[in-house]
Ligand binder design. Structure first.
Ligand SMILES: [Zn+2]
Length: 394
């Protein structure tokens, strides 16, 4: 059973709670909370709550500060149980208290808004009934993109010309995709490097197929994750993957931009939920804990934000629309591998269709390649200006 609940509080303490409860078959037998264990690995933290018996519980999340609260019913605290657990991994602090005769409340204060997942593991060989809470970082890419784009420090763009080497991509009548997108990508790099506050690097700068460890050959999936790795290694705030489409129906034409919302970047079929969704125009706001500092000095840690890949995609499309035929006016969500990283924001641009004669004619004209690159740069600047404006409003 699951439901949403909004608690009215002053705006500054904007709160959203998600309630989630599970009922035990037997409600009478008291359970004892024996231990809370924390395991930390990379960007994930796991909490294991050891109980003597299965319990009825309720879980909800609060924000500002960010918390997961879990109420355990018909539960006692074991003697000597630590009721305050210090910072570990993504957990800032855990406070455990009995808050009425039958209820124990555990407040898990987290370092930021996270993805979380709760599962119950019944007793088997293990003498304890366990509740397991997995916490995972979710919005690093979005936060980094937003913070860097309003800062005075260099905004770094990784440009990924699709395909390459053994993989030609779409075939037009006069050009193949891998060559065309490399040309556009090089023009885009040059334009970005001309901007004072931006710099760019290419994931491939020749007719090669990117592979891990600079191997000469690898599988498609390996190449796609290598492209993301190169973007991360280069410290990219944004990855732009450039492609050109082909379709069996040659009348289909126009450019499409793809981007993924952050919650769709987690594995399909996983039970992760997000601790909250900011209710602002473009999903960007300051953390309650951030001090009033200049926009040129904000860090990703100062922001509560998500879905910035989509936000920047909107700005790029809006600018592209002025010079390029567009197929869809808003970013489309598609689970392409290069879009699925939660640590680097990313968009994939299909510059239009090589299977359409007019589109191909448009794309092979160097002046039009310039126009596409120029529109993308205008989009980056427009995103930065609007983010700056939104954050300046507080
Ligand atoms: Zn392609």
């Amino acid at each position: 059973m699951q439901m949403s609940l909004s608690i009215k509080k002053p705006i500054t303490f904007f709160v959203t709670a998600i309630l989630c409860s599970l009922f035990a078959d037997v409600a009478h037998s008291k359970s004892i909370l024996k231990d809370v264990r924390i395991n930390q690995s990379d960007d994930e933290t796991r909490l294991v709550i050891d109980l003597t018996e299965k319990v009825k519980y309720k879980l909800f999340t609060l924000n500002r500060p960010d918390r997961i609260v879990i109420d355990l019913y018909q539960t006692d605290l074991a003697k000597g149980l630590k009721t305050k657990i210090k910072k570990s991994g993504l957990v800032n602090e855990i406070r455990i208290a009995r808050n009425n005769a039958t209820r124990v409340r555990m407040v898990i204060e987290t370092s930021e808004i996270l993805f979380y997942q709760l599962s119950a593991i019944p007793k088997n060989k293990n003498p304890n009934h366990r509740l397991v809470i997995d916490l995972k970082k979710a919005f690093e890419g979005s936060k980094k993109l937003a913070a860097s784009s309003v800062n005075r420090k260099k905004f770094i763009v990784a440009i990924d010309p699709g395909h390459g080497g053994k993989d030609p991509g779409a075939q037009g009548s006069q050009v193949i995709e891998k060559n065309l997108v490399l040309k556009i990508s090089k023009k885009l790099k040059k334009l970005i490097d001309n901007e004072k506050t931006m710099s760019a690097f290419l994931i491939r700068d020749n007719d090669s197929f990117p592979c891990p460890g600079n191997r000469s050959n690898c599988r498609q999936q390996e190449s796609l994750s290598e492209r993301l790795n190169r973007a991360k290694k280069g410290g990219a705030d944004l990855l732009i993957s450039i492609h050109a489409d082909a379709f069996s129906d040659s009348s289909v034409r126009g450019a499409t931009l793809y981007a993924l919302s952050d919650s769709r970047k987690i594995r399909r079929g996983s039970d992760y939920k997000v601790m909250y969704r900011p209710k602002t125009n473009n999903n960007i706001r300051f953390k309650s804990t951030s001090t009033n500092k200049s926009l040129s000095r904000i860090s990703s840690g100062d922001l509560d934000t998500q879905d910035q890949s989509i936000e920047i995609g909107k700005h790029i499309l809006k600018e592209m629309k002025k010079d390029v035929r567009i197929r869809k006016k808003t970013p489309r969500e598609a689970e392409f591998a290069v879009l699925k990283s939660t640590s680097v924001a990313s968009v994939l641009i299909e510059t239009s269709y090589l299977s359409n004669k007019d589109d191909e004619k448009f794309l092979i004209n160097p002046r039009n390649q310039d126009k596409i690159a120029e529109a993308i740069v205008r989009g980056l600047k427009s995103y930065s200006a609007s983010t700056r404006k939104e954050l300046g409003k507080r």
